[in-house]
Design a protein around this ligand. Structure first.
Ligand SMILES: [Zn+2]
Length: 234
């Protein structure tokens, strides 16, 4: 039922080369959950939004900037490549960057896009929370049940037997609280040396992806096989 490929990577921002803080303004929720009033996954409208950037050094911005509040900014060269490769499960909206007082934006800066992850996948409840958390049936927003299960207790296992998987997702039946991406995207970032990206496996307890290692996936496969033999099928 499962295969190694379903251990999507989690997108992280820890490799930002220099200090950048970025906040989004006027991003409107265009699609809200009728049951719990939360914004649906991929339900933000960035068309009139802008992004305030604090970049005291004035150095070039990386290709990936994580936003306060959990969003993603990608440079136009990332968006262009993801588009040309036909990767699925995202929506990218060009966004205006505005320097915060005392900051400068590099003159040669590229255009940037706010990216929503819209792909849906089926997450195994058994592995995610043993059915102990509370899930909004309409939007999949998950909350821990006190004393039984908390964030990060268990692992994200995505079902692969239900048809093609998107390259970008935040979950589906359960919103997992992370931005997940496929192996294909990790390889793209690696091959093109895009900056600012860092990845760790969605499955808990496995080491961060070593982007300098050309056979990172083989290493990861071995580690996953050791840690999660019951989940894997070759
Ligand atoms: Zn809801």
């Amino acid at each position: 039922m499962y295969s190694i490929e379903r251990f999507f990577a989690v997108l992280q921002d820890i490799k930002v080369a220099h200090y950048i803080s970025a906040s989004l303004y006027r991003a409107e929720a265009k699609e809200k959950c009728l049951q719990c009033d939360r914004t649906m996954a991929g339900g933000r409208d960035y068309t009139r939004a802008n992004c305030r950037v604090e970049n005291p050094t004035g150095n070039s911005l990386p290709d990936f900037v994580a936003l306060y509040g959990g969003g993603n900014l990608w440079s136009e060269r990332v968006v262009a490549l993801v588009q040309s490769k036909g990767l699925t499960g995202y929506r990218a909206t060009e966004i205006e960057l505005v320097p915060l007082l005392g900051s400068t934006l590099p003159v040669e800066r590229q255009r940037y896009y706010a990216v929503d992850f819209t792909g849906r996948v089926e997450v195994s409840r058994q592995h995610f929370d043993d059915n102990l958390g509370q899930v909004c049936p309409a939007c999949g927003t998950w909350r821990p049940t006190r004393g039984k299960v908390s964030w990060g207790d268990k692992t994200v296992a995505i079902r692969t037997d239900l048809g093609p998987l998107p390259d970008f997702t935040t979950g589906g039946n359960v919103r997992v609280g992370n931005h997940l991406c496929s192996r294909a995207f990790v390889d793209l970032v690696r091959d093109h040396s895009f900056t600012g990206f860092s990845f760790r496996p969605a499955a808990r307890g496995l080491p961060r992806v070593d982007l300098a290692n050309p056979s990172w996936f083989d290493t990861f496969r071995e580690q996953a096989r050791t840690s999660y033999p019951e989940l894997l099928e070759e």
